[in-house]
Design a protein around this ligand. Structure first.
Ligand code: WTA
Length: 652
């Protein structure tokens, strides 16, 4: 990389290899974004061409109107012509295979081998499951729940649903049964695909047991179970089916459903401001075009690349860049079942080396964790196959950026710091690797064709260096959400009311530098990013409220060295309870309602929570108790004395 001032640019050699190397693309796209996307869409396979590229009836919009397609024909058939026996993806299990024949470090004493799926293998597996689902009565438009860890069957399941036009709802495997239930109830899914168990840091997690609890009081009639960890599981003879039995005799071809461009492809839930998560609706045609081209250009995916995105399929990053994006581009990608620092802190390095990974995509929280283990560990690795590094999920600070750039990328890899959201379906802001520029802590330029702005509260456009609300302007991007499942009011309120129905409000604040590079500052709503996972303080508070002894609670995200942010909770009880016991119970409550990722770092039992005279909880003040910021004027509070008392509790 070439450094000019505080900016970095790709070298000539890098540029030569890159798919997109001329900044002219920005100009062409800006002239007519609709035409730009149309041209791209033509490179993909459509059963019937669209009549209109973009239509807009604020706050609703459509892309490729009237077009018919099936995304799996693009992920599979389209690749069979040239890449039939090319590896589509490699699965690396957690229990490590010891290549030198020595004992595996896995605590369970198991050793396993990676699995390779060629495009042809994947095609056959997807078709078989699609046929099996059909036999179970799954029809176009039906919702199917997928509660699977990072195993090949997760990808096969998503594609099998898409093949027959069923809508998949993937639920992160570390979510609690209660979190699973809410999603199954909201979608009224009749089928759930899960596994017996999976490995996490040497332990077997009994997923089936959680799934059984989660399907209670839902419409689920059949549970398909993948045999993964071979652990003992409860079984309901009439309801449960082994995956392997189900597909055994199925045909290797299933006719791809003709999907309308605007038919729903999947629903993915993200935390809402109350206890109820929002079902983000993504449709087929636009999402496909965006997943394909963002994947291809931002990660510069070429025929000989090995792309590894660490994201789990339970999150949007996993949907778009651990499944659809790389498959659409015909890339070989990697999925990994375990934690990147297990059984040794350099497991992730070993994986990069083992497969010669060329593009590595992870989150700042992982980067900070890698950094903490020390650079001595990295000296053993050359990382000479790496070409591009990616970051996603939260702002990456300058120190972490520099560390990643130097110690992992060895100063030769561009870092694509990719800004996007569950709602945007694919990456929307980042500099392109063959063009740049890259600047530590700045995510970069909007993707070609994307019109964004930074506005003040009144909607006035802000000049360089001034922080304000990041918004997206029409025609948006083809993959932007089309709705909140069964909740049009929420759709309108959350995204289209701050500045009216024509401007998409991201809930992020940002500013621009003089080169037009965008720096994301943070959320203006109650979303907190815990180790890159999206949670809301409101969601945690409603989980805590279910504890019978708790009258009131306030949750805030406080800075954390590794995880970026972590939740802490302040609780008030109407009963005389011991602080330690109640803290334990509150954490248990959160684990039960949401899952271990949301556990508050600390729970403080307090007498009172600071509030305004109108009764609004002042979370800002609670947060400042943990940062170096001044508390500010407390006179607006109805109960200013509560702050002093809370301070005492925290110090204890
Ligand atoms: C934050 C994840 C800074 C942002 C794909 C956004 C980022 C929220 C970045 C969406 C980035 C994501 N730099 N902040 N590169 N990427 N964010 O839905 O606040 O889990 O609104 O999607 O993550 O989180 P979500």
């Amino acid at each position: 990389m070439i450094k000019k001032g505080n900016l970095y640019f790709p070298t000539k050699e890098f540029k030569k290899r890159a798919l997109i190397k001329s900044a002219a693309i920005y100009k062409t796209a800006a002239k007519n974004p609709i035409k730009f996307w149309e041209k791209l869409a033509k490179e993909l396979l459509w059963q019937k061409k669209w009549k209109k590229v973009f239509s807009h009836r604020p706050p609703y919009f459509k892309w490729f109107v009237g077009g018919k397609l099936n995304i799996t024909e693009n992920c599979l058939e389209r690749n069979l012509e040239k890449r039939k026996n090319k590896v589509a993806f490699i699965w690396e299990p957690e229990p490590i295979a010891a290549p030198n024949g020595r004992a595996s470090p896995s605590k369970t004493g198991r050793e396993e081998r990676e699995r390779y799926f060629t495009y042809y293998d994947l095609y056959r597996e997807v078709n078989k499951l699609a046929n099996a689902l059909k036999k179970l009565g799954v029809k176009k438009g039906d919702r199917v729940g997928i509660y699977l860890p990072m195993i090949p069957e997760a990808i096969i399941s998503m594609l099998a649903c898409a093949r027959i036009g069923a809508i998949h709802t993937v639920v992160f495997s570390a979510f609690s049964p209660q979190a699973l239930r809410i999603r199954l109830q909201d979608t009224t899914a009749k089928i759930l695909i899960t596994a017996d168990g999976y490995y996490r840091k040497g332990k077997i997690i009994n997923l089936k047991q959680n799934a059984d609890k989660g399907v209670k009081s839902t419409k689920v009639k059949k549970v398909i179970v993948v045999k993964r960890a071979k652990n003992e599981i409860p079984w309901q003879r009439k309801r449960d089916l082994w995956w392997s039995d189900l597909i055994k005799n199925e045909k290797e071809f299933c006719k791809p459903a003709a999907m309308d461009s605007e038919d729903t492809l999947f629903i993915l839930y993200t935390s809402g401001s109350t206890g109820k998560p929002k079902g983000i609706v993504h449709t087929t045609g636009g999402y496909m075009v965006q997943a394909n081209f963002t994947g291809k250009w931002i990660f510069d995916l070429k025929e000989d690349d090995i792309f590894w995105s660490m994201a789990d399929v339970g999150w949007i990053t996993g949907h778009t860049y651990s499944c659809y994006g790389p498959l659409l581009t015909g890339t070989t990608f990697l999925i990994f079942e375990g934690a990147p620092d297990w059984p040794t802190p350099d497991r992730w390095c070993k994986i990069i080396e083992k497969y010669g990974v060329t593009t590595f995509y992870t989150a700042p929280t992982a980067i900070r964790m890698f950094e903490k283990y020390g650079i001595k560990l990295l000296k053993r690795y050359t990382f000479n196959t790496l070409q591009i590094l990616g970051s996603v999920g939260e702002p990456i600070d300058t120190a972490a950026w520099q560390w990643y750039f130097k110690e992992v990328g060895r100063e030769k890899c561009p870092i694509v710091d990719t800004w996007w959201q569950t709602e945007t379906g694919g990456i929307l802001i980042t500099s392109l690797p063959g063009i740049g520029p890259f600047k530590p802590a700045f995510t970069g330029l909007p993707f070609p064709g994307l019109r964004v702005n930074i506005l003040d509260e009144k909607g006035k456009s802000l000049p360089v260096h001034k922080e304000g609300n990041l918004v997206i302007l029409p025609p948006f991007a083809p993959g932007l959400l089309r709705g909140v499942y069964k909740n049009p009011k929420k759709y309108l309120e959350t995204y289209w009311s701050q500045y009216g129905k024509r401007i998409y409000f991201t809930s992020d604040t940002a500013y621009r530098d003089k080169n037009g590079l965008i720096r994301i500052v943070g959320r203006v709503d109650d979303v907190i990013k815990v180790a890159g996972h999206r949670l809301t303080t409101g969601e945690l508070e409603s989980a805590i409220a279910k504890h019978p002894d708790i009258t009131e609670s306030a949750v805030v995200g406080i800075p954390d060295e590794i995880k970026g942010e972590v939740p802490v909770a302040f609780v008030v009880s109407h009963k005389k309870r011991k602080a330690e016991t109640i803290a334990k119970e509150v954490r248990e409550q959160v684990r039960k309602e949401i899952g271990p990722i949301a556990l508050p770092k600390k729970v403080y039992l307090v007498e009172d929570i600071p509030k305004t005279r109108s009764g609004k909880i002042m979370r800002r003040i609670l947060k400042r108790l943990f940062t170096k910021e001044k508390l500010g004027d407390l006179s607006t509070l109805a109960n200013p004395e509560s702050v002093k008392k809370i301070k005492e509790v925290i110090v204890k």
